[in-house]
Design a protein around this ligand. Structure first.
Ligand SMILES: Cc1cc2nc3c(=O)[nH]c(=O)nc-3n(C[C@H](O)[C@H](O)[C@H](O)COP(=O)(O)OP(=O)(O)OC[C@H]3O[C@@H](n4cnc5c(N)ncnc54)[C@H](O)[C@@H]3O)c2cc1C
Length: 472
C-alpha cells in the first residue's frame, strides 16, 4: 500500500459514519478509490494530472453540491471542483480531500422567446450549442466542444462569437452559487452584485456555481467558416497581412492563426502531412453573403494549399478542432496577451515554428476585441479588454519521459515573446506553475477580488484553483 492510499483510507475511515448519512441524503453518488465512477471522475483532459482524491461526490442536482460543501467543511477536507475537466492547470482534482464532480449535471434548458439558457454546471460547450441551436440561438463560448461551460465561463470565455457578442461572462445574466458556508445564493446585477462581479473572470474562488443563466443571440444554423492552409515558408508576410485584415474587418468576422505541422486531414494534400503550415481559421457570425465578402481579402492572400471556407453548421464548426484536442495526451501551455502583433513577435514565433518539438504541438493566435473590448475593465473581474490577440503556446505529447523537453520549448518561446506582449494573460490558459502571475493576470481588479474573497470565503476553502487570497 502506498502512503497516498494509507492517507486516503485513513481519511475515509475518519469520515465513515457521516459518509453513510451523506450517501443516504444525496441524489448522486459517493465513490472512493476502487468504486465504479471514481476513475472517470478523477480523470481529466490533461494526462499530466493523475491525482487520487479521498472522497468523490458525483453530484446529480444542485442540492448535492450544498451537501458536499457542508460535508467538506464539517470534516475539514480540501475541496476540488471538477466540471468539464479541461483546465490545463489540473486544479479540478486534488490529491486527497473531497472532489465535487459536476460532470453528470448536463441539463440545458432554453427559453427561446426570452432568449435565455439555464445551464447546469457539468454541461459541455457541445451540450450548450446543441440545445441553443435547436432554436437558432447561441451563447459565445470557446472553440473546442468538449470543454466545460463552467470553468470556461468562470475564467472569461472567448471564441468565434466574442467579437460580435462579447465574452461568455458578458452574456452571463445570473448564477446560483453554493458559498463557503454551504448556502445557496443567487448572484446577478441586483442580487449580491459583488459576488456576481467576481465570478465573471475570478474563477472558482468564490463558491461552487450550481447553475448559469445566459442571454442568447440569433446565430446560424449555418455560419460562413472554415480553414485556409498555407505553407509555413510564407508565414512572415502572411501574418503581417493577417494583422491588417483582422484590424480592418467587421466585428462579425473572427480570424485565428494556427501554426503547427499539418495533420493528416482529408482536405490537406498528402505531401503536406507532417510539414509546417500556417492555418487561418475564420468564422463570420452573420448573413452568409456578408461573410463571403468579409473573408475575401483573407482568401486573396498567398498561394494556399487548401481553402475550405464555406457554409458550415454552427454546431459542427464548434467541434471542428475536437479531433486534434482529444483528452488523454500530456499538455503544457504558455500564454500572452498582445495589443498588437508586432514584427518582432512574428519573427520570434516564425523561428519557433521551425523548431516545433512534436507533431501535435501548435501555437495559436486568437483574434479578440470587438464587443469584448467595449466592456470597461472594471465592469467584470476579467480586466484585459484591450487585448487584440491572445497567444497560446500549446505543447502536446504522449510519453512522460519527454516532459522536460516539451515544457522547456514552451517556456523558451514564452520568454522570447514576452517583450512584445502586455504582461497579462488569460487565466484559463495559465498552467499550474505560474502562481506568481495571478496578480498581473487580474491587474487593476486584483485588490477588489481579494476583498470579495474575504467577504465570501475568508478561510480560503476554495483554494484549488488559480487562487486569489482574501485581502483585508
Ligand atoms: C482543448 C481546449 C480548448 C480550449 N479552448 C478555449 C477557448 O476557445 N476559449 C476559452 O475561453 N477557453 C478555452 N479553453 C480553456 C478553458 O476555458 C479552461 O480550460 C476551462 O477552465 C475549462 O473548464 P472546465 O469546466 O472544462 O474545466 P475544469 O478543469 O473542470 O474546471 C476548471 C476550474 O474551474 C473551477 N470550476 C469548474 N467548475 C466550477 C463550478 N461550477 N463552480 C466553481 N468552480 C468551478 C475549478 O477551480 C476548476 O479547477 C480550452 C481548453 C482546452 C483544454
Amino acid at each position: 500500500m502506498t502512503s497516498t492510499e494509507a492517507h486516503g483510507a485513513a481519511a475515509v475511515r475518519a469520515a465513515l459514519p457521516d459518509l453513510v448519512a451523506l450517501r443516504t441524503a444525496l441524489r448522486g453518488q459517493i465513490c472512493v478509490q476502487g468504486d465504479d465512477g471514481y476513475d472517470e471522475a478523477r480523470t481529466i483532459w490533461n494526462a499530466m494530472v493523475d491525482r487520487l482524491p479521498d472522497i468523490v461526490v458525483r453530484c446529480a442536482h444542485a442540492d448535492d453540491i450544498v451537501q458536499a460543501v457542508r460535508f467538506a467543511i464539517d470534516h475539514d477536507l480540501a475541496i476540488a471542483v471538477r466540471a468539464g475537466g479541461h483546465n490545463i492547470a489540473g486544479n479540478a482534482v486534488g490529491e486527497g480531500g473531497l472532489l465535487i464532480d459536476l460532470s453528470l449535471m448536463k441539463t440545458v434548458r432554453v427559453h427561446a422567446k426570452a432568449r435565455r439558457a439555464f445551464v447546469a454546471p457539468g454541461a459541455t460547450l457541445s451540450d450548450v450549442d446543441k440545445a441553443t441551436q435547436a432554436f437558432g440561438l447561441a451563447v459565445p463560448t470557446g472553440i473546442n466542444s468538449t470543454t466545460g461551460i463552467a470553468g470556461l465561463t468562470l475564467g472569461g470565455g472567448f471564441g468565434w462569437l466574442t467579437r460580435p457578442f462579447g465574452m461568455t461572462i458578458d452574456n452571463l445574466v445570473a448564477a446560483d452559487v453554493v458559498t463557503a458556508e454551504g448556502k445557496m445564493v443567487r448572484a446577478s446585477a441586483t442580487e449580491h452584485p459583488d459576488l456576481f462581479w467576481a465570478i465573471r473572470g475570478g474563477g472558482g474562488n468564490f463558491g461552487v456555481v450550481a447553475g448559469f443563466e445566459f442571454q442568447l443571440h440569433p446565430v446560424g444554423p449555418e455560419v460562413f467558416s472554415g480553414l485556409i492552409v498555407h505553407p509555413f515558408a510564407q508565414a512572415r508576410e502572411l501574418l503581417r497581412e493577417y494583422r491588417r485584415i483582422a484590424s480592418e474587418g467587421p466585428d462579425e468576422l473572427t480570424i485565428w492563426a494556427v501554426m503547427r505541422k499539418a495533420p493528416p486531414l482529408p482536405f490537406i494534400p498528402e505531401e503536406w502531412h507532417g510539414r509546417e503550415v500556417l492555418v487561418f481559421a475564420a468564422c463570420y457570425a452573420g448573413p452568409m453573403a456578408d461573410g463571403e465578402k468579409a473573408a475575401a481579402p483573407l482568401r486573396k492572400l498567398g498561394k494556399p494549399i487548401a481553402d475550405v471556407l464555406g457554409p458550415h453548421p454552427f454546431v459542427g464548426w464548434q467541434a471542428a478542432f475536437d479531433p486534434l484536442l482529444t483528452p488523454g495526451a500530456r499538455n503544457y501551455w504558455k500564454t500572452h496577451d498582445f495589443t498588437e502583433l508586432s514584427d518582432g513577435a512574428i519573427d520570434v514565433i516564425g523561428q519557433a515554428v521551425g523548431n516545433l518539438p512534436g507533431s501535435e504541438c501548435e501555437i495559436f493566435i486568437a483574434q479578440v476585441g470587438g464587443a469584448m473590448s467595449r466592456v470597461a475593465p472594471e465592469a467584470t473581474a476579467y480586466p484585459h479588454r484591450n487585448a487584440h490577440f491572445i497567444m497560446n503556446v500549446h505543447t502536446r505529447w504522449r510519453e512522460a519521459a519527454q516532459d522536460n523537453a516539451y515544457v522547456a520549448w514552451a517556456r523558451e518561446l514564452f520568454k522570447a515573446t514576452a517583450p512584445f506582449a502586455t504582461g497579462a494573460g488569460y487565466v484559463n490558459f495559465v498552467p499550474a506553475d505560474e502562481p506568481e502571475r495571478i496578480e498581473a493576470i487580474y491587474g487593476s481588479n486584483y485588490r477588489r477580488l481579494g476583498e470579495v474573497k474575504r467577504r465570501w470565503d475568508p478561510e480560503n476553502r476554495f483554494r484549488l484553483n488559480q487562487n486569489i487570497r482574501p485581502i483585508n
